[in-house]
Design a protein around this ligand. Structure first.
Ligand SMILES: Nc1ncnc2c1ncn2[C@@H]1O[C@H](COP(=O)(O)OP(=O)(O)OP(=O)(O)O)[C@@H](O)[C@H]1O
Ligand SMILES: [Mg+2]
Length: 281
Protein backbone atom coordinates (compact mmCIF):
# COMPACT_ATOMS: atom_id res chain seq x y z
CA UNK A 1 0.00 0.00 0.00
CA UNK A 2 1.52 3.33 -1.03
CA UNK A 3 0.72 5.11 2.22
CA UNK A 4 2.11 2.29 4.32
CA UNK A 5 5.21 2.32 2.16
CA UNK A 6 5.67 6.02 2.79
CA UNK A 7 5.14 5.36 6.47
CA UNK A 8 8.29 3.26 6.42
CA UNK A 9 10.00 6.53 6.85
CA UNK A 10 7.99 7.07 9.82
CA UNK A 11 7.88 6.95 13.34
CA UNK A 12 4.08 8.53 31.36
CA UNK A 13 4.64 10.19 33.90
CA UNK A 14 7.84 11.21 35.67
CA UNK A 15 9.96 14.27 34.90
CA UNK A 16 13.23 13.53 33.17
CA UNK A 17 16.41 13.90 35.12
CA UNK A 18 17.89 16.93 33.39
CA UNK A 19 16.30 20.28 32.84
CA UNK A 20 14.65 20.11 29.40
CA UNK A 21 15.41 23.58 28.09
CA UNK A 22 18.65 23.73 26.23
CA UNK A 23 17.78 26.52 23.83
CA UNK A 24 20.56 28.97 23.20
CA UNK A 25 20.76 31.94 20.90
CA UNK A 26 23.48 30.17 18.92
CA UNK A 27 21.69 26.84 18.31
CA UNK A 28 21.47 26.45 14.53
CA UNK A 29 18.08 26.23 12.86
CA UNK A 30 17.54 22.91 11.11
CA UNK A 31 14.07 23.56 9.63
CA UNK A 32 12.85 27.07 8.86
CA UNK A 33 9.12 27.34 8.19
CA UNK A 34 8.03 30.56 6.43
CA UNK A 35 4.44 31.72 5.88
CA UNK A 36 3.17 28.17 5.52
CA UNK A 37 -0.42 27.56 4.42
CA UNK A 38 -1.87 24.07 4.01
CA UNK A 39 -5.13 23.33 2.23
CA UNK A 40 -7.54 20.45 1.88
CA UNK A 41 -9.29 21.48 -1.34
CA UNK A 42 -10.29 25.10 -0.85
CA UNK A 43 -10.11 24.92 2.96
CA UNK A 44 -7.01 26.42 4.53
CA UNK A 45 -6.26 24.49 7.74
CA UNK A 46 -2.72 25.78 8.42
CA UNK A 47 -2.59 29.55 8.26
CA UNK A 48 0.54 31.62 7.79
CA UNK A 49 2.76 29.58 10.13
CA UNK A 50 6.41 30.65 10.55
CA UNK A 51 8.91 29.20 13.00
CA UNK A 52 12.40 27.75 13.20
CA UNK A 53 13.19 24.29 14.56
CA UNK A 54 16.52 24.20 16.31
CA UNK A 55 18.99 21.42 15.64
CA UNK A 56 19.37 18.76 18.32
CA UNK A 57 16.30 19.81 20.27
CA UNK A 58 12.88 18.34 20.93
CA UNK A 59 10.13 20.67 19.68
CA UNK A 60 6.57 19.93 20.80
CA UNK A 61 3.44 21.03 18.91
CA UNK A 62 0.36 21.31 21.13
CA UNK A 63 -3.17 22.57 20.64
CA UNK A 64 -6.78 21.39 20.69
CA UNK A 65 -8.12 18.67 18.41
CA UNK A 66 -8.50 19.80 14.80
CA UNK A 67 -6.22 22.86 15.13
CA UNK A 68 -3.86 21.58 12.42
CA UNK A 69 -1.01 19.95 14.36
CA UNK A 70 -0.83 16.78 12.25
CA UNK A 71 -1.26 18.73 9.02
CA UNK A 72 1.57 21.08 9.93
CA UNK A 73 3.78 18.10 10.81
CA UNK A 74 2.98 16.39 7.52
CA UNK A 75 3.95 19.56 5.63
CA UNK A 76 7.44 19.28 7.12
CA UNK A 77 8.35 16.18 5.10
CA UNK A 78 6.01 16.57 2.14
CA UNK A 79 3.52 13.97 3.37
CA UNK A 80 0.60 16.43 3.20
CA UNK A 81 0.69 16.48 -0.60
CA UNK A 82 0.14 12.69 -0.72
CA UNK A 83 -3.53 13.30 0.19
CA UNK A 84 -5.68 13.92 -2.93
CA UNK A 85 -6.66 17.59 -3.17
CA UNK A 86 -4.18 18.67 -0.51
CA UNK A 87 -1.60 21.38 -1.21
CA UNK A 88 0.90 23.65 0.49
CA UNK A 89 1.96 27.27 0.02
CA UNK A 90 4.96 28.91 1.63
CA UNK A 91 8.44 27.59 2.38
CA UNK A 92 10.04 24.93 4.52
CA UNK A 93 13.81 25.30 4.37
CA UNK A 94 15.80 22.27 5.44
CA UNK A 95 19.49 22.97 5.87
CA UNK A 96 18.90 26.13 3.88
CA UNK A 97 17.01 24.63 0.88
CA UNK A 98 13.25 24.88 0.31
CA UNK A 99 11.87 21.32 0.36
CA UNK A 100 9.05 22.55 -1.94
CA UNK A 101 11.51 23.66 -4.63
CA UNK A 102 10.34 21.76 -7.75
CA UNK A 103 13.86 20.39 -8.18
CA UNK A 104 13.74 18.69 -4.76
CA UNK A 105 12.51 15.08 -4.58
CA UNK A 106 9.82 14.32 -2.00
CA UNK A 107 11.25 10.83 -1.45
CA UNK A 108 14.68 12.33 -0.77
CA UNK A 109 13.10 14.75 1.71
CA UNK A 110 11.36 11.91 3.55
CA UNK A 111 14.61 9.98 3.78
CA UNK A 112 16.12 12.86 5.76
CA UNK A 113 12.95 13.79 7.63
CA UNK A 114 11.38 10.57 8.93
CA UNK A 115 7.96 10.13 10.48
CA UNK A 116 6.26 7.93 13.08
CA UNK A 117 2.48 7.85 13.53
CA UNK A 118 0.08 7.49 16.42
CA UNK A 119 -0.73 3.85 15.75
CA UNK A 120 2.28 1.55 15.40
CA UNK A 121 2.56 0.58 11.74
CA UNK A 122 4.83 -2.48 11.51
CA UNK A 123 4.57 -4.33 8.20
CA UNK A 124 2.56 -7.35 9.30
CA UNK A 125 4.01 -9.79 6.79
CA UNK A 126 7.62 -8.90 7.59
CA UNK A 127 9.95 -10.12 10.31
CA UNK A 128 11.28 -7.81 13.02
CA UNK A 129 14.59 -7.60 11.17
CA UNK A 130 13.00 -6.85 7.80
CA UNK A 131 10.80 -4.18 9.34
CA UNK A 132 13.82 -2.30 10.65
CA UNK A 133 15.65 -2.76 7.33
CA UNK A 134 12.64 -1.82 5.16
CA UNK A 135 13.73 1.77 4.56
CA UNK A 136 17.23 0.65 3.54
CA UNK A 137 15.86 -1.52 0.74
CA UNK A 138 14.36 1.49 -1.04
CA UNK A 139 17.56 3.55 -0.95
CA UNK A 140 19.18 4.25 -4.33
CA UNK A 141 21.14 1.15 -5.35
CA UNK A 142 24.55 2.76 -4.82
CA UNK A 143 23.62 3.70 -1.23
CA UNK A 144 22.10 0.36 -0.28
CA UNK A 145 24.11 -1.40 2.46
CA UNK A 146 25.38 -4.98 2.14
CA UNK A 147 23.73 -7.76 4.15
CA UNK A 148 26.42 -7.54 6.80
CA UNK A 149 26.12 -3.74 7.01
CA UNK A 150 22.33 -4.11 7.17
CA UNK A 151 22.67 -6.50 10.13
CA UNK A 152 24.84 -3.93 11.92
CA UNK A 153 22.39 -1.10 11.17
CA UNK A 154 19.44 -3.21 12.38
CA UNK A 155 21.23 -4.07 15.62
CA UNK A 156 22.25 -0.45 16.19
CA UNK A 157 18.72 0.84 15.58
CA UNK A 158 17.24 -1.79 17.90
CA UNK A 159 19.79 -0.91 20.60
CA UNK A 160 19.03 2.81 20.26
CA UNK A 161 15.36 2.08 20.82
CA UNK A 162 16.13 -0.24 23.77
CA UNK A 163 14.58 -3.19 21.91
CA UNK A 164 17.65 -5.30 21.20
CA UNK A 165 17.63 -7.18 24.49
CA UNK A 166 13.95 -7.95 24.03
CA UNK A 167 14.07 -9.21 20.42
CA UNK A 168 17.64 -10.22 19.48
CA UNK A 169 16.78 -13.93 19.76
CA UNK A 170 13.72 -13.66 17.49
CA UNK A 171 14.70 -11.25 14.73
CA UNK A 172 13.08 -13.48 12.11
CA UNK A 173 9.77 -13.68 13.97
CA UNK A 174 6.80 -11.62 12.81
CA UNK A 175 6.69 -8.07 14.11
CA UNK A 176 3.00 -8.36 14.91
CA UNK A 177 3.78 -10.65 17.86
CA UNK A 178 5.31 -7.66 19.66
CA UNK A 179 3.34 -5.62 22.20
CA UNK A 180 1.97 -2.22 21.14
CA UNK A 181 4.79 -0.38 22.91
CA UNK A 182 7.41 -2.66 21.35
CA UNK A 183 5.82 -2.18 17.93
CA UNK A 184 6.05 1.58 18.32
CA UNK A 185 9.72 1.34 19.33
CA UNK A 186 10.20 -0.90 16.28
CA UNK A 187 8.67 1.82 14.09
CA UNK A 188 11.06 4.35 15.63
CA UNK A 189 13.95 1.92 14.98
CA UNK A 190 12.77 1.60 11.35
CA UNK A 191 12.74 5.37 11.00
CA UNK A 192 16.21 5.67 12.58
CA UNK A 193 17.75 2.97 10.36
CA UNK A 194 18.04 5.37 7.42
CA UNK A 195 19.83 7.92 9.65
CA UNK A 196 17.35 10.79 9.33
CA UNK A 197 18.37 14.28 10.39
CA UNK A 198 14.87 15.04 11.69
CA UNK A 199 12.23 12.72 13.16
CA UNK A 200 8.57 13.75 13.14
CA UNK A 201 6.42 12.00 15.76
CA UNK A 202 2.64 12.40 15.56
CA UNK A 203 1.16 11.50 18.96
CA UNK A 204 3.45 8.46 19.20
CA UNK A 205 2.21 7.43 22.64
CA UNK A 206 -1.50 8.18 22.26
CA UNK A 207 -2.44 4.52 21.80
CA UNK A 208 -0.02 3.15 24.43
CA UNK A 209 -0.26 2.26 28.11
CA UNK A 210 1.51 4.49 30.70
CA UNK A 211 4.64 2.31 31.04
CA UNK A 212 5.15 2.03 27.28
CA UNK A 213 4.56 5.79 27.08
CA UNK A 214 7.24 6.41 29.65
CA UNK A 215 9.74 4.26 27.72
CA UNK A 216 9.05 6.18 24.51
CA UNK A 217 9.39 9.50 26.34
CA UNK A 218 12.76 8.43 27.74
CA UNK A 219 13.79 7.31 24.29
CA UNK A 220 12.81 10.61 22.68
CA UNK A 221 14.71 12.47 25.33
CA UNK A 222 17.86 10.39 24.76
CA UNK A 223 17.65 10.47 20.96
CA UNK A 224 17.62 14.24 20.72
CA UNK A 225 21.43 14.38 20.83
CA UNK A 226 21.46 12.40 17.56
CA UNK A 227 18.35 13.55 15.74
CA UNK A 228 16.22 16.68 15.82
CA UNK A 229 12.75 15.70 17.00
CA UNK A 230 9.37 17.36 16.46
CA UNK A 231 6.56 15.75 18.42
CA UNK A 232 2.83 16.44 18.23
CA UNK A 233 1.14 15.69 21.50
CA UNK A 234 -2.26 16.15 23.12
CA UNK A 235 -0.60 15.69 26.46
CA UNK A 236 0.70 18.96 27.87
CA UNK A 237 2.56 17.18 30.68
CA UNK A 238 4.36 15.16 28.03
CA UNK A 239 5.36 18.32 26.18
CA UNK A 240 6.57 19.81 29.48
CA UNK A 241 8.57 16.69 30.34
CA UNK A 242 10.40 16.06 27.09
CA UNK A 243 10.53 19.16 24.91
CA UNK A 244 12.94 22.07 24.74
CA UNK A 245 10.59 24.34 22.81
CA UNK A 246 6.83 24.28 22.38
CA UNK A 247 4.58 25.59 19.62
CA UNK A 248 0.94 26.27 20.52
CA UNK A 249 -1.54 26.15 17.63
CA UNK A 250 -5.13 27.29 17.50
CA UNK A 251 -7.46 27.15 14.48
CA UNK A 252 -4.55 26.62 12.09
CA UNK A 253 -2.44 29.49 13.42
CA UNK A 254 0.73 29.38 15.46
CA UNK A 255 -0.23 31.44 18.50
CA UNK A 256 3.00 31.17 20.46
CA UNK A 257 6.38 29.49 20.10
CA UNK A 258 8.77 29.60 23.03
CA UNK A 259 11.13 27.62 25.26
CA UNK A 260 8.92 25.06 26.97
CA UNK A 261 9.57 26.34 30.50
CA UNK A 262 8.51 29.83 29.47
CA UNK A 263 5.46 28.55 27.60
CA UNK A 264 4.14 26.74 30.65
CA UNK A 265 5.15 29.22 33.35
CA UNK A 266 4.83 32.60 31.66
CA UNK A 267 2.88 32.38 28.40
CA UNK A 268 2.74 35.68 26.55
CA UNK A 269 -0.60 35.24 24.77
CA UNK A 270 -3.81 35.01 26.82
CA UNK A 271 -5.03 32.17 24.54
CA UNK A 272 -1.91 30.14 25.36
CA UNK A 273 -2.43 30.81 29.03
CA UNK A 274 -6.05 29.69 28.81
CA UNK A 275 -4.98 26.48 27.08
CA UNK A 276 -2.02 25.53 29.26
CA UNK A 277 -4.01 26.18 32.42
CA UNK A 278 -6.74 23.85 31.16
CA UNK A 279 -9.47 26.42 30.57
CA UNK A 280 -10.27 24.89 27.15
CA UNK A 281 -9.14 22.14 24.84
N1 LIG B 1 -7.93 14.26 4.82
C1 LIG B 1 -8.58 15.37 5.17
N2 LIG B 1 -9.46 15.95 4.34
C2 LIG B 1 -10.12 17.10 4.67
N3 LIG B 1 -9.93 17.76 5.83
C3 LIG B 1 -9.07 17.22 6.70
C4 LIG B 1 -8.34 16.01 6.43
N4 LIG B 1 -7.55 15.73 7.50
C5 LIG B 1 -7.77 16.70 8.39
N5 LIG B 1 -8.66 17.61 7.93
C6 LIG B 1 -9.14 18.83 8.61
O1 LIG B 1 -8.02 19.70 8.78
C7 LIG B 1 -8.07 20.33 10.05
C8 LIG B 1 -6.78 20.04 10.81
O2 LIG B 1 -6.72 18.65 11.05
P1 LIG B 1 -5.48 17.98 11.77
O3 LIG B 1 -5.66 16.50 11.64
O4 LIG B 1 -4.23 18.58 11.24
O5 LIG B 1 -5.69 18.45 13.29
P2 LIG B 1 -4.97 17.99 14.61
O6 LIG B 1 -4.62 19.22 15.37
O7 LIG B 1 -3.87 17.04 14.29
O8 LIG B 1 -6.16 17.22 15.38
P3 LIG B 1 -6.09 15.99 16.40
O9 LIG B 1 -5.52 16.54 17.67
O10 LIG B 1 -7.51 15.57 16.55
O11 LIG B 1 -5.23 14.92 15.79
C9 LIG B 1 -9.33 19.81 10.74
O12 LIG B 1 -10.36 20.73 10.55
C10 LIG B 1 -9.63 18.52 10.00
O13 LIG B 1 -11.00 18.26 10.02
MG1 LIG C 1 -3.56 14.99 14.74
Amino acid sequence: MATARAEVLDSAAQPMTETPVRATATTPVCLAVESLDAYFGATRVVRGVSFGVQTGQVTAIIGPSGCGKSTLLRCLNRMHETIPGARVEGEVRFDGRDIYDPAVSAIGVRRHIGMVFQRPTPFPTMSIRDNVAAGLKILPRDQRPSKRETDDIVEHALRRTALWDEVHDRLNASAVALSGGQQQRLCIARALATSPTVLLLDEPTASLDPLSTQRIEELVYELRSEVTIIIVTHNMQQAARISDRTAFMLAGELVEYAPTNAMFTAPRDPRTEAYVTGRFG
